[in-house]
Design a binder for this molecule. Structure first.
Ligand SMILES: Nc1nc2c(c(=O)[nH]1)N[C@H]1C(S)=C(S)[C@@H](COP(=O)(O)OP(=O)(O)OC[C@H]3O[C@@H](n4cnc5c(N)ncnc54)[C@H](O)[C@@H]3O)O[C@H]1N2
Ligand code: MOO
Length: 403
């Protein structure tokens, strides 16, 4: 088994073996945060007809209209209706925002620049031909590919599906992820804390991150530092695509997770990443199931989730693209240079006209609070030395984005 490998090598080892999950059809209201399994082509234009963006009057403008211009009002078109008649020169139609432009009209003047006088309208500021018309298909043409296979369906993307009248879509099934917190010191919330124990927070943190990533989460009750108990727990989630454990990952006598994985029949792909925090992570595979062992330290578990598990989830879920990395200017310093590559948690702040990275004051791998309000992971290469204010560092977002 490989050990102490670079993140990129670890990702390659894992991603090369992952196949996307199968697909299913769902109603679009069940499509949020799912991944499209087909290209979506619009059958209709949007808007489906030329429409008015204003409340006002539609008429036939010329380049030589007098000021004011007086026209006869021959009809009214509230939104949701249409006028079954062509309008002529000298005529106007009272029209409301979102209503179809009547045949013949070539402009809309806004209500505020007009005055109604009986069945006439006086237009103080006549507009040029073509003014204030939203053309048919301005946003979407019939036959346009709206969204590609592999697209992560954000709320506006689901809105777009609705806008073109789609009620069902083909998506990848949600990856099923079993979540196991290992540690004899752990207790679940809802009971008084016993001596030497701590509350299990990792299951709650990771559960939410998995839900946001569009996964179905199977929570496995806390498991003691015992191989037999761990094996029994693993057998309960045989239909999970991925199993994530936290704790028991390092070198202590009670760090039994790797042994449990091996005894369960996993081929171990690697143990230990050459980075901090979260060094003792490992990944195993048994058939189509993948097993991620993350550090029990709460912030380390989150960071390695971002670096290692999230890209794997993307591939499982059928998503396109990969996490973006980009340079960001540092708004604060970090003096503890080290031999190992390190990912620092930072808040994205606006400073001197730029978005900068302000480091969380606590960077310990056990400090969960350091993740709250942190938006970025700053990649500090091995042997980089101190990180200085104003220095440009490579960063990635801590969250899920469509790409
Ligand atoms: N002799 C060595 N000791 C350690 C090494 C090493 O290389 N040599 N590595 C250290 C590093 S780095 C890390 S990271 C941790 C990883 O330890 P484990 O993954 O085995 O995690 P645990 O020991 O089980 O837990 C660490 C810490 O986190 C707390 N924890 C565990 N699970 C949860 C949970 N579900 N919710 C909240 N908190 C949790 C646990 O109580 C510990 O305090 O090992 C170092 N040691
Ligand atoms: O690899 Mo550990 O998370 O630094 O303490």
């Amino acid at each position: 088994m490989k050990t102490m490998i670079d993140l990129e090598e670890a990702l390659q080892l894992v991603l090369d073996r992952i196949q996307p999950v199968d697909t299913e059809c769902v109603g679009i209201a069940d499509g949020y945060f799912r991944v499209l399994a087909e290209d979506v082509v619009s059958q209709i234009a949007m808007p489906p007809f030329a429409r008015s963006p204003l409340d006002g009057y539609a008429y036939i403008a010329t380049d030589t209209d007098p000021r004011p211009l007086q026209l006869k009002v021959v009809a009214e078109i509230p939104a949701g209706t249409f006028l079954d008649r062509v309008i002529d020169i000298g005529e106007a139609v009272k029209i409301f925002t979102g209503a179809p432009i009547p045949s013949g009209a070539n402009c809309v003047v806004r209500m505020e620049d007009t005055e109604a006088i009986g069945d006439k309208v006086r237009i103080f500021r006549p507009v040029a031909p073509g003014s204030n018309i939203v053309h048919k298909g301005e946003e979407i043409k019939g036959g346009d590919v709206l969204l590609r296979q592999g697209f992560y369906l954000t709320p506006p993307a689901v809105g777009l599906l609705a806008a073109v009248g789609l009620s069902e879509i083909k998506v990848y099934r949600r990856p099923r992820v079993g979540l196991l917190s290992s540690g004899s010191e752990l207790m679940d919330v809802g009971q008084p804390l016993n001596p030497g124990k701590i509350y299990n927070s990792n299951s709650y943190t990771l559960r939410g991150m998995l839900q946001q990533a569009g996964c179905e989460v199977l929570i496995i009750p806390i498991v003691n530092d015992q191989i037999d108990d761990t094996l029994e727990a693993l057998r309960k989630v045989v239909d999970a695509d991925i199993i994530i454990t936290t704790g028991g990952a390092s070198v202590g006598d009670y760090d039994i997770i790797r042994d449990a994985f091996a005894e369960y029949g996993c081929e171990m792909l690697f143990w230990k990443l050459n980075l901090k925090p979260g060094t003792p992570a490992s990944v195993g595979q048994k058939g189509n199931q993948f097993f991620f062992s993350l550090s029990g330290n709460p912030a380390a578990a989150m960071v390695t989730f971002e670096l290692l598990v999230r890209p794997a989830l993307r591939k499982f879920a059928g998503r396109r693209g990969s996490e973006e990395v980009f340079p960001v200017k540092m708004a604060s310093a970090f003096n503890k240079g080290g031999k190992q590559r390190r990912f620092l948690r930072a808040r994205a702040v606006f400073k001197d006209g730029e978005i900068c990275a302000d480091l969380s004051p606590a960077q310990g791998s056990g400090i969960l609070r350091s993740m709250i309000g942190s938006h970025l992971l700053i990649d500090v290469p091995a042997n980089h030395g101190a990180v200085e204010v104003g220095e440009l560092m490579m960063a990635r977002w801590i969250t899920d984005w469509e790409t």
